[in-house]
Each structure stands twice: as structure tokens, then as C-alpha cells.
Ligand binder design. Structure first.
Ligand code: PLP
Length: 453
């Protein structure tokens, strides 16, 4: 039986009523990718309040890599609920926090001694990584990338690249943030081509230290190993090694923001492993908590110990229920071959998406790492002009036909896959059929359709 089951036109009447209540009660700045209100979710599907069932390619924006409501996570949460909910780790600590820190120190890349701090969200984790890097180096500067996304708090907005809707109107932001181009080969800022470019964009960091900010004023370079909100851009395999060598030559730390690329999404527990790199600090969140809010900052022990006692923390940071859930998430990665599945999902997607690229020039780029896959839509293969409106239309077609997808990219023209890794082959086929039909419909409508080859 198909997973997708639509009983009403989308959105259904109950979702519509909730949308009206939302408009009156919630600020409009909290946007919604779909007008669908959820009633239940399991594994890789969601059901809305009108009884319509969808395949979930968004996974709570990458928080549900292990699947919705996995029993081992639910039972770990239930057990913790029986004991205590909250004491604040800074007042009366508990073992779950320590056990999870020990596990994080083991599973993150790097064979050196590490320590881990827990907070509530990805943005809060990035904020703390910056504090720790500054405390350790005694330097203020942070270098971030074009197309980066690091969160919505003030410091992380300073690091985030995309202006609308994230930054516009919210300035001033904290200072001492410098921005350099990322290795976005499809839209290379230097109009070069890999590998003949010899990784000019990475090597250009030396130039930045000469012409933009002195390296002795820079605490850290922060990068996503695969861009998340920036459009699932995967740098060449040797890019980060070159970049980090330059950082370390100047005693600048390298922070990997693995909030979106972590916890199995790319076919390794952390995307950094694909590049053979060992970040000085690694930030993770999203799928760490299996659906509960939790984020981690893991780094070299001597760096993590730089701030004085009391300098780091937060009332709810590393709360016991989230820690219990996260321990169960890590157990699931030990017991189930979710990493292999991420690669299989990537292959299933690539196979179909490469066919679409041949048929429709609107599918400009197909890219990804493991289960972190995307297509970038353009007006024409030659101009590569971003097709943002068409991208919106495809995602609308998808949710109206039973597939929840979300967009990404500085030009809002990327459709990304963050499907729970427990999705079945049959569900992938069903979902990709919807996405394909959506692309075809929009191509035909916008007359960008090419002759089938
Ligand atoms: C790479 C990256 N860093 C940081 C964040 C911010 O995380 P949060 O929304 O949990 O604050 C996100 C969120 O999408 C992200 O993708």
C-alpha cells in the first residue's frame, strides 16, 4: 500500500482553520513552508489534522535522521521522565550529561583529548563556539563564508550570509566578522573550475589575512562542511585540508558547523570525516536530540577549558530528557546501519535526479553527499539564472501531492532532501515520483522544458 494517502484537497479544512488562527495569534515573520498542520508522525511519514498522509523529505529540517518517534528514543525519554525532568546542570548535575559528553568526545573526528558542552539550539552552540575560540586565542575576529547559515541570534546572524529574510532590518550585528567566498563550484565567485583552479578559493585565505584582517586578530574560521541553508553545496575533497592548513599556520582555529550535516546525514556520522579533517571545535545539534532540542560544542580539551568557570552554561542547557534521547540516538547509530542507508538514499536520489537533469534544463545542478542531496533549479542551463519562483511552485506541487519538501540556497532555488534515514525504497520511489511530476508540471507551465533526449 502506498504511504501517501490524500483524503482532502490540500490544505484540508482543519489545516485551513488553524492557518486562520495562526494568522491572528502568531507573528507573520514565523513563516511556514507548507500550510499543513501535523497530527502524527512515524518513521518517514507525517499525517495532518485532516487525515492526509505525506512522506517527509524535510525531517524537521534535518532533526529526524533516525526517523520520527523511534521506540528506543521514546523509551529512553519515558525512563528519564520517571526520574526527573529538570534540575539545571549548573546546580545539581546528573550522569546523563556526563555520559553523553563522553560519547560525543569519542564519536567526533580527532584522536586528541576532547570536551563537550551542551546547549539548546544550533545557534546557541555556534555562539558558544565563538566565545570559546575567542577566550582561547585572545583574538576577536571570526571569518565566515558567503552562503553560510549559522542561526538567527545576533552573533549567528552576523555569521549568516543570506540577507533576506534573515538579516535585513535586524542590524547592527556584533562586529569582527569577515566573509570570504565558499567553494561553491557551480557558482564559483572567481569564475574558475575545479581542479584547474588549484583551490584558489581556499588558498585565498592567505590574501584575506593580508588585505582584510590580520591573522593575529582572527580567533577562528567557521564553516559548514556541506552548506545547509546555503544550498547543500559540497566542496571538493581537498578543500578543507588546504583551508585548515592555512588556519593552523596562523594559529587560527577551525570550527566545523555540523548542525545540519551531522548525525549520519552524509553517510558518515559527521561530514568532516569525508574530508579527513579534525576540526578544533565541532558544533552539532538538530538530529542529536532525536527530535528534542539539544546542541553540542565539542573541541580540543585545552580549547574548551579556556573560559573561566561560570563563563559558559544556560538554565535548560543539556537538559536531562534531551541527553537521554541523544544517548539513545547514538545507540541507534551503533546498532543500525543508518550510515549505509544514507548512502543508499543518496544513490536513489542521484539516479533519478540525473535523469531529470538530462530531460529538463531547469534542473541545473544535482549534488550532495550521502543522504544530504539537492537539486538547484535555474531558468536555463546556460545562464544559470536562479529559478526561485519555479522552485516554490515545485515544492507547492509536492505538498499538494503528498511529499513535504523544503527549499534552500541564497537564491531560494534549491530543493533539498533531509528525509529520515529509515525511509524505505518504496517510499523513496513514491516520493521521487511526486517530485518528478512536480518538476515536469512546472517546466511545462513555464515553457523552460527542453526536448527530451
Ligand atoms: C549549519 C547550521 N548552523 C546553525 C543552525 C541554527 O540552528 P538552530 O535553528 O537550532 O538555532 C542551522 C539551522 O538550520 C544550521 O543549518
Amino acid at each position: 500500500m502506498d504511504t501517501i494517502q490524500l483524503r482532502t484537497p490540500i490544505p484540508g479544512p482543519k489545516s485551513k482553520t488553524l492557518s486562520e488562527r495562526r494568522a491572528a495569534a502568531v507573528p507573520r515573520a514565523l513563516s511556514h513552508a507548507t500550510p499543513i498542520y501535523v497530527a502524527k508522525a512515524q518513521d518517514a511519514w507525517l499525517e495532518d489534522v485532516d487525515g492526509n498522509r505525506y512522506i517527509d523529505f524535510a525531517g524537521g529540517i534535518g532533526c529526524i535522521n533516525i526517523g520520527h518517534r523511534r521506540e528506543p528514543v521514546l523509551s529512553a525519554i519515558r525512563e528519564q521522565l520517571n526520574d526527573f525532568l529538570h534540575t539545571c546542570v549548573q546546580v545539581t548535575p546528573y550522569e546523563g550529561y556526563i555520559r553523553l559528553a563522553e560519547r560525543m568526545n569519542q564519536v567526533t573526528p580527532g584522536k586528541f583529548p576532547k570536551k563537550t558542552l551542551f546547549v539548546n539550539s544550533g545557534a546557541e552552540a555556534v555562539e558558544n563556539a565563538v566565545k570559546i575560540a575567542r577566550a582561547h586565542t585572545g583574538r576577536p575576529g571570526i571569518i565566515a563564508f558567503e552562503d553560510a547559515f549559522h542561526g538567527r541570534t545576533m552573533m549567528t546572524l552576523a555569521l549568516t550570509s543570506k540577507t533576506h529574510p534573515y538579516k535585513a532590518g535586524f542590524a547592527p550585528f556584533p562586529g569582527d566578522v569577515y566573509r570570504i567566498p565558499y567553494a561553491y563550484c557551480y557558482r564559483c565567485s572567481y569564475s574558475l573550475q575545479y581542479p584547474s583552479c588549484d583551490l584558489y578559493c581556499a588558498r585565498h585565505l592567505e590574501d584575506t589575512f593580508k588585505r582584510v584582517v590580520a591573522s593575529e586578530d582572527v580567533a577562528a574560521v567557521i564553516a559548514e562542511p556541506v552548506l545547509g541553508e546555503g544550498g547543500f553545496v559540497v566542496p571538493p575533497p581537498d578543500y578543507f585540508r588546504v583551508l585548515i592548513d592555512i588556519c593552523h599556520k596562523h594559529n587560527v582555529l577551525f570550527i566545523a558547523d555540523e548542525v545540519q550535516s551531522g548525525f549520519g546525514r552524509t553517510g558518515k556520522l559527521f561530514a568532516s570525516e569525508h574530508y579527513g579533517i579534525e576540526p578544533d571545535i565541532l558544533v552539532s545539534a538538530k538530529s542529536l536530540g532525536g527530535g528534542l532540542p539539544l546542541a553540542a560544542i565539542t573541541g580540543r580539551a585545552e580549547i574548551m577549558d579556556a573560559p573561566d568557570p561560570g563563563g559558559l552554561g544556560g538554565t535548560f542547557a543539556g537538559n536531562p530528557v534531551s541527553c537521554a534521547a541523544a544517548l539513545a540516538v547514538l545507540d541507534l547509530f551503533d546498532h543500525e546501519d543508518l550510515l549505509k542507508r544514507a548512502n543508499e538514499i543518496g544513490n536513489l536520489f542521484q539516479k533519478r535526479a540525473r535523469e531529470w537533469q538530462k530531460r529538463w534544463p531547469m534542473v541545473g545542478d544535482v549534488r550532495g553527499l550521502g543522504g544530504m542531496q539537492a537539486i538547484e533549479l535555474v531558468k536555463s542551463a546556460e545562464s544559470r539564472e536562479p529559478a526561485a519562483e519555479e522552485t516554490k511552485q515545485v515544492t507547492q506541487y509536492c505538498y499538494e501531492h503528498g511529499l513535504i519538501t523544503i527549499t534552500a540556497g541564497s537564491y531560494s532555488n534549491v530543493i533539498r532532501v533531509l528525509v529520515p534515514l529509515v525511509v524505505t525504497d518504496a517510499q523513496m520511489d513514491e516520493a521521487l515520483d511526486v517530485l518528478e511530476a512536480g518538476i515536469q508540471t512546472v517546466c511545462e507551465k513555464s515553457r523552460t522544458v527542453a526536448q527530451p533526449v
